[in-house]
Design a protein around this ligand. Structure first.
Ligand code: ZN
Length: 376
């Protein structure tokens, strides 16, 4: 069984090109995870997801703990087998979605009690239980349970929240079952306060983790503030461990994150947007539901090799969404996942070639041009 390991292959400024090894294979960094919230990438067959270039899947502890339950997943052979994803899997701690989805939440030093958004049943999530659930799921990368500090927060509130998360991180480290090829990541918090971010990074480093995530961002603070917080945090994280920016983001957020030394990203945006008719392209976002596409024979993105672009016109994709056909969301999801994975591949290549600044300048210029001209 290979040990969990991060190899730094090359650097370009703060940006890093690396590789992470797990018990279920490796993934290249900077990398973007495939979002498999409830044990499935919505509307996509796993083989198709892998064909886009995705190597790491992220599943949500909150969803899996309520249904089908981690004990059941373990009895069925673990998440890799259950969802037919033999590659590496990362699970979140469940904390973020307890905060956003569950009812009657109550947070104490011990943990969080809440009622399921599905059937109202009562549950408790503690650092120890979160570690147990992620172990039962057989997740390769387990995330610490933390409190995602609400935004905005006063310095006092943010400090208290972050310090409790650091105490929980210590409990997670204690409860985590060490296995070869499996990792535990700590999560940096501290809201929009650089001194709290630095204090949190030091506390996590003191405990010692296999990787370090930056949490509590992309919660409404805006891109400029998010980048400022990365600048205030990343320099205090260990260089020899992978860094993960949680829940981010739009393509330009990812380029900015890579430039600042982030290795791993996840976001529902490519899959969720794909289901609502929004496509990401080299020339910015395209809403395929827009009437301008109704007779447009051209592909969604001529530079893209995905099945949606290779085999179908904008007019057909538009029709599928207007007719509410299932294939529409499937094809746009396929395209968006391909767009994100192609962007990551290009970012890795530009980092290897020490050409990232130039690549980023061209990327931002292309994005600002907007979609191709409508047909007359
Ligand atoms: Zn495409």
């Amino acid at each position: 069984m290979p040990a969990f390991d991060f190899t730094l292959l090359s650097q370009d400024g703060a940006a890093r090109r690396g590789r992470v090894m797990t018990a279920h294979g490796s993934f290249e960094t900077p990398g973007f995870m495939a979002t498999a919230t409830a044990g499935t990438i919505k509307g996509m067959h796993p083989d198709a997801v892998r064909a886009t270039g995705a190597e790491l899947a992220i599943c949500n502890t909150y969803h899996m703990m309520l249904r089908p339950t981690p004990e059941r997943v373990a009895a069925l052979g673990g998440l890799h087998k259950f969802m037919n994803w033999p590659g590496p899997i990362l699970t979140d701690s469940g904390g973020f979605q307890v905060m956003s989805l569950a009812k009657l939440r109550q947070i104490t030093e011990q943990g969080v009690t809440f009622r399921s958004h599905l059937d109202g049943s009562a549950h408790e999530l503690t650092p120890e239980r979160s570690m147990e659930i992620q172990h039962l799921l057989d997740s390769n990368i387990t995330m610490c349970l933390d409190e995602c500090t609400p935004h905005p927060a006063t310095h006092e509130v943010a400090a208290a929240s972050m310090r409790m998360s650091m105490r929980w991180a210590e409990r997670c480290r204690q409860a985590f079952v060490k296995r070869e090829g499996y990792a535990l990541f700590g999560i940096n918090q501290g809201s929009t306060y650089p001194n709290l971010r630095e204090e949190s990074a030091a506390a996590l480093k003191q405990i010692g983790f296999d990787g370090y995530a930056v949490g509590g961002l992309a919660v409404g603070e805006g891109q400029e503030m998010m980048f400022r917080m990365l600048d205030a945090t990343v320099p205090f994280l260990p260089e020899d461990k992978p860094r993960y920016l949680m829940g981010v983001g739009k393509p330009d957020d990812i380029v900015g994150g890579v430039l600042r030394g982030i290795d791993m990203f996840d976001c529902v945006m490519p899959t969720r947007s794909g289901r609502t008719g929004q496509a990401f392209t080299a020339r910015g976002t395209v809403n395929i539901r827009n009437a301008r596409h109704i007779e447009d024979k051209r592909p969604l993105d001529a530079s893209c090799g995905c099945p949606a672009c290779a085999n179908y016109s904008r007019a057909y994709l538009h029709h599928l969404f207007r007719a509410e056909e299932m294939l529409g969301p499937m094809l746009l999801t396929w395209h968006n996942l391909t767009y994100y994975q192609t962007l990551m591949r290009d970012l890795r290549q530009a980092t290897e070639q020490r050409n990232l600044q130039n690549f980023a300048a061209i990327f931002y210029e292309q994005q600002s041009r907007g979609d191709i001209e409508a047909l007359a």
